[in-house]
Design a protein around this ligand. Structure first.
Ligand SMILES: NC(=O)c1ccc[n+]([C@@H]2O[C@H](COP(=O)([O-])OP(=O)(O)OC[C@H]3O[C@@H](n4cnc5c(N)ncnc54)[C@H](OP(=O)(O)O)[C@@H]3O)[C@@H](O)[C@H]2O)c1
Length: 237
């Protein structure tokens, strides 16, 4: 059990990669506060985590909304009395060609994928610095280039408070949402697998294992870096 006694906040933790990270952290002993937008999976996720013997609180929070983020952190303090791990996982990636993308949609992507993690880090800082901790940002995609740089800037600023800040850059990870994208057809999936050195697409659990590692004391001298979880795809690009 690598995270016994720790409290983790996972944004977008009710489905996909975030859900796998939340469950993996609970399996390692962490209590969870999960922030989601739609709460249809809230009860199911709470039960799943409580069945592991851990506590789980789900709150509705849009990470691009500062008031909601403040509320999320206030709930964490109220229910758990502290915070050790923040996983900035919530993100959106509308699959559209640029000429179909509106300026408002582009602004929303930046708000959720870049401003959101910044807001969460900013408001989590007072709790995190009380006992040290770890922030893990899930990157990839254009807006996430900014998030990678934010990871490095926060690592420099938060390091003296004993807060490590790292990123995970997933490759193509199979989730329900990915399967719904029209661009993800059998042919392109086969191509993706063929060009990936490990000859398979990623699973949410692959990303979750990296997140547990970055959150736990095994990574105590690792900050300001990115772990690429892509089966080697980037190495052969
Ligand atoms: N899957 C991949 O291949 C892949 C590759 C590289 C990077 N990533 C990144 O990994 C992260 C998770 O991806 P995923 O594939 O698991 O995505 P997903 O299945 O779409 O799940 C994303 C989660 O984030 C939540 N969310 C979205 N916008 C939010 C907001 N403004 N505030 C709070 N929660 C919000 C969603 O809630 P709702 O369901 O209520 O909308 C959902 O629970 C994302 O940041 C994504 O960019 C994924």
């Amino acid at each position: 059990m690598k995270l016994t006694g720790k409290v983790a906040v996972v944004t977008g933790g009710l489905r996909g990669i975030g859900h796998a990270i939340a469950v993996a952290m609970a399996e390692e002993g962490a209590d969870l506060l999960i922030a989601g937008r739609s709460l249809d999976r809230a009860a199911q996720t709470e039960q799943e985590i409580e069945a592991l013997g851990r506590r789980c609180v789900v709150v509705q929070a849009d990470v691009a909304d500062e008031t909601a983020v403040k509320g999320m952190i206030a709930h964490t303090a109220q229910h758990f009395g502290g915070l050790d791990i923040l996983v900035n996982n919530a993100g959106i990636a509308p699959f559209k060609p640029i000429d179909e993308f509106t300026t408002a949609e582009f602004a929303r992507v930046l708000d959720v994928n870049l401003k959101g993690p910044w807001l969460c880090a900013k408001h989590a800082l007072p709790l995190l610095r009380r006992r040290g901790g770890a922030i893990i940002n899930i990157t990839s995609a254009a807006s996430k280039g900014g998030l990678r740089q934010l990871t490095y800037a926060l690592a420099a600023e938060f390091g003296p408070h004993r807060i490590r800040v790292n990123a995970i850059a997933p490759g193509v990870i199979v989730t329900e949402r990915l399967g719904e994208q029209p661009s993800v057809e059998a042919e392109s999936t086969a191509r993706e697998i063929a060009r990936t050195p490990l000859r398979r697409l990623g699973l949410s659990a692959d990303v979750a294992k990296a997140a547990v590692f970055l959150a736990c004391d095994d990574a105590c001298y690792i900050t300001g870096t990115t772990i690429v979880v892509d089966g080697g795809a980037m190495a052969v690009w």
